[in-house]
Write a protein that binds this ligand. Structure first.
Ligand code: FAD
Length: 363
């Protein structure tokens, strides 16, 4: 086998490490100058969204030999709507760093790989397909799968964020759901440590290329975060990602090309979480190449999660701020605790089954 991996991010590196463990040395092509050569931000993996897996970090190491150290395990999640607040405690998930930090997930994966990565690559998919027996498309952008006519975009999102200094509990994350402030989207704060955190908003783009006043939205959100946390946060870095594509590939494998990570459809439309699924698609593509399973079959549950998650996104977009208040109020107590802490409740699956007829009626 002569395997090329295009992109040394989460899915590409997870694939490369798994191939190496099974005696296949892939050629890894990365167009940037090093692994994780982009802004630093805090991300999270929520156990609620990865059912039946409760502990994603333990699962990756025990089941798949992929070792990742998160920044912290999350024990407390606060959800603010316009007028309500819910606090949920338990095994919520993990926070982690991405980008240029030496502890970022991609940097940790890069250190687990023996094969040298070919940086500053200008190779295209079309060139690699000619030269290699198998190509793993791991460029982290559904637009690449779309260019190859193998992807449907369901929404695109603008993300804006900042690194801030203040006082934080690293085991606690907070999120804001207030459509008057962030239309159809949400905001969050994920601490990196007790004195540094990522603050960000994510919101769906308007149809037909219409734009929102992101500056005003960001300013209002940032004021709200400072007010709710009772601190004046100091911004030390900022980023903005626009047109971030969320969609799913039609075929996870075409010939000997495998679509992994965001090119597969790893980002779940509901809240934009994609790390866990990205890692799994990379691992599963490697299993297929090693004769340990079929990529299409292994990824089938991830495809179902994507479709369930899309139902939740569409339902969520149709809610009013009053309805968000009611949901957040209901989450504050037994229901919230139960949803987040019961491994057997597949929230994506059950909620989407309940909401599917409602979404169909809206069409
Ligand atoms: C701001 C932001 C916040 C997010 N927050 C969360 C979160 O909290 N939780 C969560 O689970 N998910 C989150 N996500 C989604 C998650 O980061 C992605 O799903 C995941 O990183 C996708 O992994 P990947 O392997 O597909 O791509 P990436 O990890 O992005 O890797 C792609 C790699 O390919 C390289 N590349 C691109 N084009 C080429 C090319 N032509 N040739 C060679 N190399 C190329 C890139 O430089 C990069 O190194 C967030 C995403 C963003 C943008």
């Amino acid at each position: 086998l002569k395997v090329a991996i295009l992109g040394a991010g989460l899915s590409g590196l997870a694939c490369a490490i798994t191939l190496e463990k099974n005696g296949i040395e892939p050629a890894v092509f990365e167009h940037r100058s090093r692994v994780g050569d982009r802004f630093i931000n805090g991300e999270a993996m929520l156990s609620l969204l990865n059912r039946p897996v409760q502990d994603s970090i333990a699962f990756l190491s025990e089941q798949h030999g992929i070792y990742l150290k998160p920044t912290a395990h999350i024990r407390r999640l606060s959800i603010h709507s316009a007028n309500e607040q819910a606090v949920i405690e338990g095994r919520i998930g993990f926070s982690n760093l991405r980008g240029r930090d030496e502890d970022s997930f991609e940097a940790q994966l890069g250190r687990q790989l023996r094969t040298p990565i070919r940086f500053h690559s200008t190779h295209t998919y079309e060139e690699l397909v000619q030269e290699y027996t198998h190509v793993i498309v791991a460029t982290g952008d559904g637009k690449d799968a779309r260019r190859l006519h193998n992807y449907t975009e369901d929404l695109s999102v603008t993300l804006r964020g900042a690194t801030v200094e203040g006082e934080f509990d690293p085991y606690s994350v907070t999120t804001w759901l207030d459509y008057d402030m962030i239309p159809k989207g949400y905001g969050y704060i994920i601490p990196f440590s007790s004195h540094e955190a990522s603050v960000a908003i994510a919101m769906p783009d308007l149809p037909d290329g219409n734009t929102r006043d992101t500056d005003s939205i960001w300013d209002a959100f940032f004021r709200r975060v400072c007010k709710d946390l009772g601190q004046e946060l100091k911004v030390t870095d900022q980023f903005e990602v626009s047109g971030y594509s969320i969609g799913c590939c039609a075929d996870s494998r075409i010939g000997n090309s495998f679509f992994v990570g965001n090119n597969f459809g790893s980002v779940m439309p509901f809240l934009g979480f994609g790390q866990f699924s990205s890692l799994l698609t990379g691992i599963y593509a490697a299993y297929d190449l090693c004769g340990k399973g079929s990529y299409e079959e292994l990824t089938a549950p991830l495809r179902r999660s994507y479709s369930n998650s899309l139902v939740l996104r569409r339902s969520m977009e149709s809610l009013s701020n009053e309805q968000l208040d009611r949901i957040v109020k209901a989450m504050n107590g037994y229901i919230g605790q139960k949803l987040f802490n019961t491994k057997t409740i597949d929230v994506l699956k059950h909620c989407s089954y309940l909401l599917r007829p409602y979404v169909m009626l809206q069409k």
